[in-house]
Design a protein around this ligand. Structure first.
Ligand code: ADP
Length: 396
């Protein structure tokens, strides 16, 4: 059974076609610059050369049309007809309190998704465009929405409520939702397997460290706290986002003459590792500048490691213990120095890294010493596979 996974952004679209009999990726690709000049589709199938197609794609529907054409192309296609696509799984960003699990898409779900758009104005409308375009192009394939927020719907009140007047929660649904849920769920299940234990018996902390970064405390397989909030701006320092700051900084800057939009733009796009280092939002650039002695680059990294480490400490308190810590996503899977820096301050918890194992990159492995009280792991995330698994489970 072939499942197509679609991840629609505002001007981009990622896709993967998976054969779920053996979870094999048949083809994957990326469309960028939809609706702007220079639209490009890059399509890849294992064992074949990459195909690049540059032509105007004004809408997501046009882009999806080209994706479908690439999938059935006689030369570089991987299926004979679109009828061989049995189901479609869509990444959906914000499911608010409406969706605590993945769901088969029907008209009522689309209406609810539209209602959730207010909470994710940049993401949900793009997801909806992708869903509607796919419904037109593949009218017979059942579709499933898999939400970034759903995994965190198990957070207890003390973790998800902000201590604001209660009426703001009732009126506007202002609360912590959390994101990266699909990734946190995938790596926690894989970690339990690697540890040879049942997920129901474990206390895990998952560290998804990429351009966007969040931590998640997972007790007995359920998310009990996470570092992102109402929006993905909260929590850790990120590539360009500030994470948690004193909220009074916002009115302070507004009183200094900045508009609210300017402050919002500063916090989302000009802060974090980029803002502190003044060099780049890409951790590789900042790590190499720090290696050459750049003090602000080093400070940007120190802030990042400190926040991850202290949040791990908070989550040990949230769960009254921890059995395993997982590193995942671009930086978590690849930066041996960051993993070492983060864990260096966690000796009190009995965490000891094995330097040889920690020097490995991008493969599922235990990087702590045998005598370490807590198992530290690297688990490559695979959100597409998690979406395809959920899709298969729901349409079967
Ligand atoms: P996102 O999906 O949020 O855009 P990724 O999970 O792809 O992000 O992670 C991207 C980040 O991972 C970048 O900042 C990149 O510099 C960092 N990264 C990737 N490989 C390495 C590496 N070998 N060492 C350090 N950082 C890395």
């Amino acid at each position: 059974m072939n499942v197509l996974v679609i991840n629609c952004g505002s001007s981009s679209l990622k896709y993967q076609l998976l054969d779920m009999t053996n979870e094999e990726v048949l083809a994957k690709g990326l469309v960028e610059r939809i609706g702007i000049e220079g639209s490009i589709l890059v399509h890849e199938a294992p064992g074949q050369e990459k195909v690049k197609l540059e032509q105007p794609m004004k809408t997501h529907k046009e882009a999806l049309n080209l994706v479908m054409a690439a999938l059935v192309d006689p030369n570089h296609g991987v299926v004979k007809t679109l009828g061989e696509i049995s189901a479609v799984g869509h990444r959906a960003v914000h499911g608010a309190e409406t969706f605590s699990d993945s769901v088969v898409i029907d008209d009522a779900v689309i209406k609810s998704l539209e209602e959730c758009s207010e909470l994710a104005p940049l993401h949900n409308p793009a997801n909806l465009i992708g869903i509607n375009a796919c419904r037109e192009l593949l009218p017979n394939a059942p579709m499933v929405a898999v939400f970034d927020t759903a995994f965190h719907q198990t957070l207890p009140g003390e973790a998800f409520m902000y201590p604001l007047p209660y009426e703001l929660y009732e009126k506007f649904k202002i609360r912590k939702y959390g994101f990266h849920g699909t990734s946190h769920k995938f790596v926690s299940l894989a970690a339990a397997k690697l540890m040879g234990k049942k997920i129901e018996d474990l206390k895990l902390i998952s560290c998804h460290l990429g351009n966007g970064a969040s931590l998640c405390a997972i007790k007995n397989g359920k998310s009990v706290d996470t570092s992102m909030g109402l929006t993905p701006l909260a929590g850790l320092e990120m590539g360009t986002r500030c994470g948690d700051i004193d909220p009074a900084i916002i009115p302070f800057l507004v009183n200094k003459g900045y508009s609210v939009e300017e402050v919002d733009n500063i916090m989302n796009k000009k802060s974090g590792v980029l803002g502190v280092s003044g060099i780049s939002s890409d951790f590789r650039d900042v790590e190499s500048a720090a290696d050459k002695g750049d003090k602000r680059a080093q400070l940007a990294l120190d802030i990042f490691h400190y926040r991850v480490r202290t949040t791990i400490g908070a989550y040990v308190a949230a769960m009254d213990g921890v059995d395993g810590i997982i590193f995942t996503a671009g930086l978590g899977e690849n930066s041996t120095t960051s993993r070492a820096a983060i864990c260096s301050g966690l000796k009190y918890f009995g965490i000891v890294l094995n330097p040889v194992e920690n020097s490995k990159r991008g493969q599922a492995t235990i990087i702590s010493e045998k005598e370490s009280k807590v198992t530290v792991m690297v688990i490559p995330t695979n959100e597409e596979l998690m979406i395809a698994r959920d899709t298969l489970a729901l349409v079967k």
